[in-house]
Write a protein that binds this ligand. Structure first.
Ligand code: NDP
Length: 245
């Protein structure tokens, strides 16, 4: 029989929990007995999800690109739970534009969510992860963090940056027992990519038989539920038919 650690009463923060991969992961973690803090900007969406999940879910609306809001989020987590077992850095935005036509305001928005968001959350979470057996930081990069894709250069820049940041952070935190891991999804059916025409996005996902958010949630729970000394460092999970990039 497959052995997985019992996750009941662990505490997790899931960023970007208002839709897609984050929502599916929050739901699966709660099913596994984890107490989950749902963070994202859309309070109404978070509250609707939390209402379904019951007492195990707490809503703390947060823009991860905003340092003050992130500090407040983790101060609240500390006060409520006294510690943290899992930070799932999942919040992120896509930005499609050939670089020559791209806009500096959009670079900023993309970097704020996809890179600063992870730095802010990780920095604020580390004190609460210390001393918690099996603690983990898991961050969603992308297949686009391993391969460049024409039209996605600024997005690729943020996702590649996350990979480098994690490789160093993993080496810094290992001795403290904090596992640092990456999940790199290929195409997933979510709200992501909403600056690409919806029909083009739908066609691509159809043609690839894209992943569902639950497929990525399972990868996260699998890695989190390993023994405390086992680090599943990186999971690149893609639709079988996605052979490019
Ligand atoms: P969604 O657009 O469905 O979800 C993105 C989530 O991130 C939402 O909950 C959104 O919530 C949140 N978010 C965005 N910006 C911020 C912010 N500044 N502060 C807080 N929350 C924010 O897409 P996915 O589920 O697909 O995206 C999750 C992650 O997966 C992203 O990092 C994305 O880059 C990555 N990814 C997705 C792929 C795909 O094909 N779908 C492929 C590879 C990687 P709100 O708007 O309420 O703040």
């Amino acid at each position: 029989m497959m052995k997985m650690k019992d996750l009941s009463n662990k505490v997790a923060v899931v960023t970007g929990a208002s839709s897609g991969i984050g929502e599916a992961t929050a739901r699966l973690l709660v099913q596994e007995g984890v107490r989950v803090v749902l963070a994202a900007r859309r309070r109404d969406r978070l509250e609707a999800i939390a209402a379904e999940l019951g007492d195990a879910a707490v809503v703390i609306p947060t823009d991860v690109g905003d340092h003050q809001q992130v500090r407040a989020l983790f101060a609240d987590v500390g006060k409520r739970f006294g510690g943290l077992d899992l930070l799932f850095n999942n919040a992120g935005v896509g930005y499609y534009a050939p670089f020559a036509e791209s806009k500096a305001e959009e670079w900023q928005r993309t970097i704020d969510a996809n890179l600063y968001g992870i730095l802010h959350c990780t920095h604020a979470a580390i004190p609460w992860l210390r001393g918690r057996p099996g603690a983990m930081i898991s961050t969603v990069s992308s297949v686009g963090g391993r391969y460049g894709i024409a039209g996605w250069s600024v997005y690729n820049a943020t996702k590649f940056a996350v990979v480098g940041f994690h490789d160093a952070l993993r080496k810094e935190l290992a001795a403290e027992g904090i596992r640092v891991a990456l999940i790199e999804p290929g195409a997933v059916w979510t709200e992501w990519g909403n600056n690409v025409p919806a029909e083009a996005m739908r066609e691509r996902r159809m043609s690839l038989d894209a992943l569902h958010p639950e497929d990525v949630a399972q990868a996260l729970v699998y890695s989190f539920a390993q023994p405390d000394n086992v680090l599943v460092e990186e999971i690149l999970v893609r639709p079988l038919l996605q052979t490019s990039p």
